[in-house]
Design a protein around this ligand. Structure first.
Ligand code: NG6
Ligand code: CA
Length: 502
């Protein structure tokens, strides 16, 4: 009897001890931040002291990637552990799209739920809502984040430049007036709100010509898509960072005594860049730079809160971006004219939308003060690996049929080894590339080489491209003709991976 009791207590103690050791996880995911946009990644025209502090207390990765060069596919991969190009309908979604994350499979947040965590999302979603296009925005909006693993959600549906320009908290539009219902349409104008196309004189920040950010005006800014109603519920861009920060802090405070997973998905420095008054003009680089300073400030506030609550040591923070940088992405916000020598992509070629490195090679920092030692790691990592790596960390086995493109990279993520992936697939807007060792192969395709709207080299070429990233990180010299055997080998490897049934 005594032995049974002792064993029972031993088990109880062990599980209590393990419960205490489980780290909180704050996953900070920013929007369109480039490899060269932070001072800890070499930027000299802008200083990001809070994020630099994160870098100093953890692992700074120099070869970490989002799966894709735009938002929706990168986020799809992060949530599911499946390469987005395997699934149709995962490119940039309009604001009225239906949910594209399956509700019956393990997702990044539901993995944490299985491990007994409280899970929350605050910020940008952009993975669709509801089960069809025509949605009832004025009632319960589902399925959405709460149906795929988040206990708590405070989001905006798509992007800051797409309607509906409202926040949704746990399935309901925040501050909605029942007498002023919301209607959304991406094809035709609804209601009587002025549009940027008809009334450019009403804009506080002009839209760029030909980008199409000229539909309904919300807060003096032309958006993509039309909306009517919900006047009191509409956001003010300048307030958004404060709102998201307050909600993130509230979530942390409520859950400070449980293990929690917070996905804090900031909109900076995505367009429209309309920073709060405190940050306007602060960077001397125009609103894009100001938005980066604002983002850095928000990260610092979270770090301060964790320290004040006494939980910083056992909180694992991930900081990364969903794709590379872009300057003119739809508004005349002086991102180009006030660049002042800043290099958002650092030494890399291309940018957001591109199959060149700047499309997907992004800043990534992982800090867990009680575990990580300050270090810089060259391990090849993909954000798709968080599913398998966190499943290892939490000791929750995922089904073999789930997250099948995700590899367990926990040791590399915690800086215990610099051995990362051997193979990685990168997704630009119109082509895929494969990385193995130092070699990068971009499949040939006939699409335009240059995106004239954003002035981005897309990495498209009718000829195969092969780059030696060890000696030519800027992808200047195409070695495909000089190294036909490597080129052919990588081409067939890419083909094989594309054909895998996952
Ligand atoms: C593009 C928009 C761009 C941005 C992007 C989404 C045009 C011409 N450009 O279609 O402004 O909204 O979608 O960015 O419409 S992402 O980071 O969410 O992928
Ligand atoms: Ca993005």
């Amino acid at each position: 009897m005594t032995r049974v009791r002792n064993t029972f207590f031993l088990c109880l103690m062990t599980s209590l001890l393990f419960a205490q050791q489980k780290p909180n996880v704050v996953f900070i995911y920013v929007d369109d931040l480039g490899y060269g946009d932070l001072s800890c990644y070499g930027a000299t025209k802008i200083s990001t002291p809070n994020i630099d502090k994160l870098a100093k207390q953890g692992v700074r990765f120099t070869n970490a990637h989002s799966t894709s060069a735009t938002c929706t596919p990168s986020r799809y991969a992060l949530m599911t552990g499946i390469y987005p190009w395997r699934k149709a309908g995962t490119s940039i979604l309009p604001g009225d799209a239906a949910l594209i994350i399956p509700t019956d499979k393990t997702t990044l947040p539901s993995l944490f739920q299985k491990a007994g965590y409280q899970t929350g999302i605050v910020g940008k979603w952009h993975l669709g809502l509801g089960d069809k296009l025509e949605k009832e925005w004025n009632g319960e909006i589902k399925p959405g984040p709460n149906e795929v693993g988040f206990d708590y959600s405070f989001i905006f549906p798509a992007t800051a430049d797409r309607v509906p320009s409202v926040f949704i908290e746990n399935r309901h539009v925040v501050a909605l007036d029942r007498n002023d219902p919301i209607e959304v349409d991406y094809k035709k104008k609804v209601g009587n709100d002025p549009t940027a196309a008809e009334h450019p004189e009403l804009l506080k920040m002009p839209s760029s010509p030909n980008h199409g950010h000229n539909n309904t005006i919300v807060n003096g800014i032309g958006r993509i898509g039309y909306m009517s109603g919900g006047k009191k519920a509409r956001w003010t861009d300048e307030e958004m960072p404060l709102t998201f920060l307050a909600k993130a802090k509230e979530f942390i405070d409520t859950n400070k005594n449980n293990p929690f997973f917070l996905y804090y998905s900031l909109t900076e420095p995505h367009v429209p860049r309309m920073p709060s008054t405190l940050f306007k003009g602060k960077s001397n680089l125009g609103y894009r730079g100001d938005a980066i300073l604002q983002m850095d400030w928000a990260v610092g506030e979270i770090m301060k809160q964790l320290a004040n609550l006494g939980i910083a040591k056992n909180t694992l923070i991930v900081f990364s971006s969903d794709n590379g940088p872009v300057l003119d992405d739809g508004y005349q916000d002086e991102a180009v004219s006030k660049l002042n020598g800043h290099t958002p992509a650092g030494v890399l070629r291309g940018g957001k939308y591109s199959t060149f490195e700047a499309g997907t090679r992004v800043p990534m920092l992982i800090s867990w003060p009680s575990k990580t030692k300050p270090t810089v790691s060259q391990a090849l990592l993909s954000q798709i690996d968080f599913m398998a790596s966190f499943s290892k960390l939490l000791n929750i086995k995922k089904e073999d049929s789930e997250a099948t493109d995700s590899e367990d990279m926990l040791d590399a993520m915690l800086g215990k080894t610099t051995k990362g992936r051997t193979i990685l697939i990168e997704q630009g807007t119109s082509s895929l590339a494969i990385l193995r060792d130092n070699w990068k192969y971009i499949e040939p395709n006939n699409r335009q080489a240059m995106d004239l709207l954003t002035n981005t080299e897309l990495g498209n070429n009718p000829q195969p491209q092969l780059y030696d990233l060890n000696n030519d990180i800027g992808e200047k010299e195409n070695l495909a003709n000089q190294k036909p055997e490597v080129t052919n080998e990588l081409a067939s490897l890419l083909q094989k991976i594309k054909e895998q049934k996952k």
